[in-house]
Design a protein around this ligand. Structure first.
Ligand code: NG1
Ligand code: ZN
Length: 532
């Protein structure tokens, strides 16, 4: 009966209107919002199946992150708040592309292949960003999940990382926190308040005040809510809060990172600290104007090194034995990798683009710090790490100073959203470290100097003609491309460049870095000509 109902509700309320094939990629499905209704309905069906299979609550987020306002998208969230397991991506793609009439039989096939017990009751939770299209699309999710007789809980407006947090809280019966918005703010803000109470050097350069660009998205109202819980220990001014500007237009973390300039609505004042969220608040970058009047970006690499350095100090001060690793992608600035390896003495792993790869690798350490250069990242603590940190906080055989560092470490853990990169949580984490170190943005930036770099997008007939290996740092197809890139790179001092097909846009991305900005621009341009 559910199979027939899935077909009927699909035909009546969410008919397939898209002719071209759509694929579940690194960020789920993303397209123009007006072509997505049936895809989203079907993800409601699939989320219910996934929930029945895992016997756990599954999340669905409606957002297209930093894409233009006209786009939208959908992502499924697995039981511990992580991205949907890769093996299910093909079920998602398949279900999204079949004709309305074949919906029932496709569902039946998935149920049989996976071995799902049809008697299990599913539980699906839904969140959405502030896009105008998101409200009706979230109804399509509910329709899909309800056809499969799942319980549906609609959280309405949430940032992407908040939805991930809810899923984990629900599936751990509250051990990770309360599965409510208030629970989210309370957990993070109470840990943050304790960390900010610690006294620091009187001569310190830290000032507890910054400006946040909300990208005219969900991050602005959610950050405002967080500030109600935080009070006066941190002074945050929010611009691009969605009251006048358009989502992601001339603002937000992606704009600032790629354009390497401040967003609309921000007049840089020297010495002040700024941060930009992206449209669904899972990315953050910082920036400031230096004494010479130059715009300086503190991107995901800078955040990762700041956080890793601090954690390393805390771990060693608490006398706990824990191994730590840092995970990057090929887009990480070469200077950051050098600094982490040679100065911080923390091992670095390089993985392909996409959060799921970073997250997966970070699970290999007691403490795994991962960040994409674009500002998406977090820190993962293994169960062993958590037990050791908890125990050390009250271990009488340790010195008072060691115990205090362990308690501090525990509070740092509670400020972090371990499910996924989270702009609000990452902001509190960065502020914690700057406060502890007594640093202003300039002092933070002084750790290492970024190599000048450039990212370009190249439109090509078929981006799948390029395939890569070695964490996307080498092109293996088409034949001869890598040799040509190598020959070009060899002409530049400190040159590095690679090309890869984007997983979220129909373009090939070119990245280049070199000793000067002019050279980085030239190298990127020369390499982009090789891609055609
Ligand atoms: P693609 O389009 O595959 O490069 C982009 C980002 C990723 C990741 C995804 C998902 C860059 C260079 N790429 O992927 O890091 O964030 O979007 O949003 O920033
Ligand atoms: Zn995002």
């Amino acid at each position: 009966a559910v199979y027939t109902k899935a077909v009927n509700v699909g035909k009546e309320k969410h008919p397939r209107i898209l002719d071209e094939r759509i694929a579940y990629g690194t960020a789920g499905f993303r397209k123009r919002a007006d072509t997505l209704d049936h895809v989203i309905y079907r993800m409601g069906l699939l989320a219910a199946l996934r929930s029945m299979h895992k016997k756990a609550c599954i999340g669905v987020m409606i957002t297209a992150s930093h894409n233009p306002e006209e786009d939208n998208g959908v992502k499924l969230v697995d039981p511990m708040g992580e991205m949907l397991e890769s093996s299910w991506e093909s079920y998602a793609t398949n279900l999204a592309n079949v004709n309305d009439d074949d919906l029932g039989s496709t569902l039946k096939t998935i149920i049989q292949q996976v071995g799902i017990d049809p008697e299990v009751k599913g539980h699906v939770v839904v969140g959405r960003d502030t896009r105008p299209s998101s409200e009706s699309l979230s109804k399509a999710i509910c329709d899909g999940a309800e056809v499969m007789v799942a319980d549906v809980q609609d959280y309405d407006l949430l940032s992407t990382p908040q939805l991930h947090y809810m899923v984990r809280c629900i599936n751990t019966q509250g051990a990770y926190g309360e599965p409510t918005e208030d629970g989210f703010y309370s957990k993070l803000s109470s840990a943050f308040s304790k960390l900010m109470q610690k006294v620091r050097e009187p001569s310190a350069g830290y000032v507890a005040s910054l400006t946040v660009d909300g990208a005219n998205g969900i991050g602005a109202p959610k950050m405002k809510e967080m500030m109600k819980h935080i009070g006066t220990i941190l002074n945050v001014r929010i611009v691009n809060d969605g009251s006048t500007g358009k989502l992601n237009h001339q603002c937000g973390a992606d704009f600032v990172k790629v354009q390497q300039m401040p967003p609309q609505g921000v007049m840089l004042s020297p010495g002040h600290r700024y941060a930009s969220f992206d449209g669904d608040a899972d990315r953050i970058v910082y920036y400031f104007q230096d004494n010479a009047g130059h715009f300086r970006l503190l991107d995901g690499d800078k955040i990762a090194t700041l956080v890793a350095g601090y954690l390393k100090t805390l771990v060693s001060a608490s006398g706990i034995e824990l191994n730590m690793g840092l995970v990057q992608t090929a887009y990480a600035n070469g200077s950051s990798t050098k600094y982490i390896t040679e100065k911080l003495l923390v091992p670095v792993a390089c993985v392909p683009t996409g959060v799921k790869h970073l997250h997966h690798q970070a699970l290999c350490y007691d403490i795994g710090v991962y960040f994409e250069a674009n500002g998406h990242g977090t820190v993962l603590f293994s169960d062993t790490a958590m037990q050791k940190i908890e125990a050390a906080g009250s271990d009488e055989s340790l010195t008072a100073e060691q115990r205090e560092s362990a308690v501090c470490l525990k509070n740092v853990v509670d400020v972090i959203n371990q499910t996924v990169g989270d702009a609000i949580s990452d902001l509190l984490l960065v502020e914690t470290v700057l406060h502890a170190n007594g640093w202003n943005a300039q002092q933070w930036n002084a750790a290492y100097t970024d190599l000048p770099n450039r990212q370009l997008k190249v439109k090509v007939a078929d981006r799948s003609a390029i395939s890569t290996a070695d964490a996307e740092r080498k092109a293996v197809r088409p034949e001869g491309l890598q040799a040509a890139v190598d020959a070009t790179v060899a002409k530049y001092f400190s040159g590095r460049s690679f090309v890869r097909p984007s997983g979220t846009e129909d373009v090939v991305r070119v990245y280049a870095e070199a000793d000067t900005q002019t050279h980085a621009d030239q190298l990127a341009h020369e390499v982009s000509l090789l891609v055609f």
